[in-house]
Design a protein around this ligand. Structure first.
Ligand code: MN
Ligand code: MG
Length: 687
């Protein structure tokens, strides 16, 4: 930590920024007084390490807590990243703590403070309050900062957004640290919406050429960039009010200005990551190109929720110019610290003082990630302890958010479960498909008219299908549906993706999904297990009357989908469709069909599938079996099998199968002998 950095937790945000600025001036004045012209030739040759510490995509995860499951989850949470920050400050004499955006949205607590019980102007957003305990030096805005509209953003940043529909003079609590954003302009002022960059004046603890410790001033330029995609994703809030340009264009304009203002070094906060494509001003992840803009000494990245440097974790980041060993992008030290506070990014910049300014020795610099989760010698997960200072700061708001997620948003007249999803019950899957379909169709109509003529379909899968035992099924009881039930309906924090495929692709996609089943030998008289080791979360299925097909489990993998039809006619292999799915399937589903390697994606939405499901239930609160849980797209092709075909599911749940209209299922044994608390069932494939 810098020698003059204050105990931020006791300062109001407004006072904090004034005091930090004032202290910076004091430090600079001191150096001017000592050296006359701002140069310090007596210390030429001094060296220092500045550790740039990055959080990114925190998504309002202050606590290690899953508001959907209403349970602690130690694998994420800023309260643990905070411990890593404190450790880094002990380790390094000079640190700069920056946040890379996607900070104010992402948990039920975020929604609670933005829309359910909007936080008053005088009160700091809980995320910023928690960050204040650590004292951030600067931050930028991610795409999700725009999710609640510009008036809310103006409020939580403390005012000053000169843009139509916003009272810029409103003075509110603010973030507590300066925000910078160079590539979003207010249409009203033709100027950047928030300051494009800032120059932080600090004092470094350095090592003189004689080996002795020496204090020397530094001006650190910090500049920020967000995804131009905000103009599409939050069109309803931003159209006509602000404009976004590419990061490279903005950097080319402002980095020289920053240098001219005396910045010794420039740190770029890019709310974006790495993509091997040629540059375009609208590209989402322009890190490879931004790194080539002259004058950028370090780059912190994000948005992709990926990790860098890490050779193994993100194959997509193995691109020309990207060096995982050195932790550089085209020679620029860089880092991407995952998401949700799972990691702290650390860039150690090796600085050299020439008597008047600092320069970065890039080849002597290095970057790394420090994770809150690791494995011990026995292979078990271990977690960094939570910083005890963080949780108490937001406890009343945390409890209020828990009450909020327990609040009903709808009502279901049937038990929505995946207990018999493998047998064709769409009861817990159809509403997910309906929500995804409606969301993608509306977006195409509004923002991607070139695809608006194509039919929009949706696939989803039984994410919870018994792998962990009898409790591992989606199971929403008849009665009120609350927000936390949406986590049961959609287990993973995926985001909605739309892919363009043809009828032939759909058949192949379903063939891959049908690996869920073992090949059944009709002649075999002994017992045969129906379900293979292929995970349930990969068993993609349609749940609509429009798409119909049979799965013939007597056939080998690749030859099982029969009588595939669309609107009552055999599907045309050449007809184009848009299919709503999730980011994982769309980008790493090459084992299903080639186009699911990312190349078929026409829209990578910024919204979580789970949030889309919640929205859908809010708009359609009367959930019924008839409307939301009875549309079977598939059934097993009829087959006479000599012996029993069996499978396991939840204990004594035959009534669930019967309520779903599955007349071919029987209960064979209350205990299937697996030790998982599940029962053994049979299926008569001839029915
Ligand atoms: Mn994000
Ligand atoms: Mg983002």
């Amino acid at each position: 930590m810098f020698e003059h950095t204050l105990n931020h937790s006791t300062s109001s945000p407004a006072r904090l920024s004034r005091r930090v600025a004032a202290m910076g001036l004091v430090a600079l004045a001191a150096s001017l007084a000592a050296c006359g012209s701002g140069s310090d030739n007596t210390n030429a040759g001094a060296t220092a390490t500045l550790a740039v510490l990055e959080t990114t995509d925190l998504h309002f995860n202050v606590r290690s807590y899953d508001y959907f499951k209403l349970a602690e989850d130690k694998s994420y949470g800023f309260e643990r990243t905070a411990t890593l920050v404190r450790a880094a400050r002990k380790e390094f004499a000079n640190t700069l703590l920056v946040d890379n955006g996607d900070t104010i949205q992402g948990t039920a607590l975020a929604d609670y403070e933005a829309t359910i019980s909007p936080i008053p102007c005088t009160q700091q957003l809980s995320m910023y309050k928690a960050m204040g305990a650590l004292g951030f030096d600067a931050g930028t805005l991610g795409n999700h900062e725009f999710n609640y509209g510009l008036p809310f953003l103006n409020q939580v940043l403390g005012g000053g957004l000169e843009v139509d529909g916003v009272d810029a003079s409103k003075k509110c609590a603010g973030a507590g640290f300066p925000m910078v954003l160079a590539n979003v302009t207010s249409n009203k002022t033709k100027k950047p919406l928030v300051q494009p960059y800032t120059v932080l004046e600090r004092t470094l603890t350095a090592k003189g050429a004689d080996g002795k410790e020496v204090k020397l001033p530094i001006k650190i330029g910090v500049i920020g960039f967000t995804t131009p995609g905000i103009m599409n994703w939050d069109k309803r809030y931003l159209e006509g009010k602000v404009s976004a340009e590419g990061a490279v264009e903005a950097a080319t304009k402002y980095v020289p200005e920053l240098r001219a203002k005396g910045a010794d070094i420039v740190v770029a906060l890019l709310h974006g990551g790495l993509d091997g494509a040629a540059y375009s001003p609208t590209m989402e992840n322009p890190g490879l190109h931004l790194s080539k803009v002259a004058g950028i000494d370090a780059m912190v990245m994000g948005h992709q929720h990926g990790v860098f440097p890490d050779t193994a974790a993100t194959p997509g980041f193995n691109l020309p110019g990207v060096d995982h060993k050195a932790g550089t992008v085209n020679g620029v030290p860089a880092v991407m610290a995952s998401s949700w506070g799972k990691a702290l990014g650390v860039v150690q910049l090796a600085l050299q003082w020439d008597g008047s300014k600092w320069t970065v020795n890039k080849s002597a610099s290095k970057s790394e990630l420090r994770n809150i989760q690791s494995k011990n010698a026995a292979g078990a997960n271990v977690y960094v302890d939570a910083d005890p200072a963080v949780a108490p700061l937001i406890e009343p708001q945390h409890q209020a958010a828990i009450q909020y997620v327990k609040t009903p948003i709808g009502q279901t007249d049937f038990r929505m479960s995946t207990l018999f999803a493998d047998l064709g019950d769409p009861g817990a899957i159809q509403i997910v498909n309906q929500a995804q379909q409606a969301y993608v169709a509306a977006y195409l109509k509004a923002s991607l008219p070139q695809y608006a003529q194509l039919p929009v379909l949706s696939v989803s899968a039984p994410f919870k299908s018994g792998f962990q035992g009898s409790a591992d099924y989606t199971d929403v009881a008849v009665g009120p549906v609350a927000i936390n039930n949406a986590a049961d309906l959609y287990l993973y924090p995926n985001t909605v993706y739309a892919v363009k495929v043809n009828g032939g692709d759909i058949k192949n996609w379903l063939e891959a999904a049908a690996k869920r089943f073992n090949q059944i030998d009709p002649a075999k008289t002994g017992e045969q297990a129906l379900i293979s080791s292929f995970p349930g979360y990969n068993f993609d299925m349609f749940t609509t009357a429009d798409v119909q097909y049979e799965i013939d489990v007597t056939q080998p993998v690749g030859s099982r989908i029969k009588n595939l039809s669309y609107l009552g006619k055999p599907i045309d292999v050449a007809q184009e469709f848009v299919v709503a799915t999730n980011n994982y399937r769309a980008t790493s589903g090459k084992s299903f069909i080639d186009k699911l390697d990312g190349s078929g994606t026409i829209w990578a939405s910024p919204d979580a599938n789970r949030d889309v499901v919640i929205d859908y239930i809010r708009k359609n609160p009367a959930v019924t079996r008839a409307a939301n849980g009875a549309a079977k797209s598939w059934r097993f092709a009829k087959a006479s099998v000599a012996g029993p075909v069996v499978f396991s599911s939840g204990a004594n749940a035959l009534a669930v199968a019967q309520a779903a209209g599955l007349a071919n299922v029987t209960l064979l044994a209350a205990d299937d002998g697996s030790g998982k608390g599940t029962s053994k069932y049979g299926v008569d494939l001839s029915k």
